[in-house]
Design a protein around this ligand. Sequence first.
Ligand code: G3P
Ligand code: MG
Length: 232
Amino acid sequence: MLKIGHRGAPILAPENTLASFRQAITCGVDMIELDIQLTKDNQLVVFHDDDLSRIVGVNTRVEELTLAKLKEFDIGSSFDKDFKEERIPTLQEVIQLVKGQVKLNIELKPRVANREVLLRKLVVLLEEEQFKDKVIISSFNHWLLKDLKEIDSTIKTAILIASLPINPVKMIEDATADGIHPHHLVVTKELVAKVQKKGYFLNVWTVNNQVEVDKLQSYGVDGIITDNPGKY
Ligand code: G3P
Ligand code: MG
């Protein structure tokens, strides 16, 4: 079963920072999940929220700021003052950090103002970094995944779901995806069997207790995405 660090290792270091990704690697993850979005000047950065209020205390949207401006913010101190040097990483910085060590699950946030630019930038970057075969691209926005496959059918994708669909296999196929990433509360043994029987993979988020880990392992899931990769 793959161990996937959710936003790195956010129990040990501030989420979606290079420090968090280094910690996740130290914890022995196979893959790191992170969230990306576009800046005002169309750079791919790693950041979960639409705006900076929770992490930085500034109520401005990421897409309204340039990369240079975003780099001014300390995104570590709200976790612990020891991390005050942490800055919003670009996706390229993260790929260069993890290359040769672990794979990435890159989540595309569902509200995307400039989807064509985002997808093209992503594909070009993965090609330039020769990292295309080391990623799963996931999203709650299944249209984005379908559009991505039309640009490059070789890149692996997974639909994110938070509730149980009537026909999960059809949902994967409608998005021309390779797998499914369900919320842990909607996973059943039958779902796992149905999806894997058709040759699709299934990784579960966000799994943070041992009972759940053991149950999912007994179901034969392909991987778990956890906040605590040091423990599970
Ligand atoms: O990719 C799984 C999980 O990260 C989805 O939700 O809000 O944590 O990005 P969120
Ligand atoms: Mg995410």
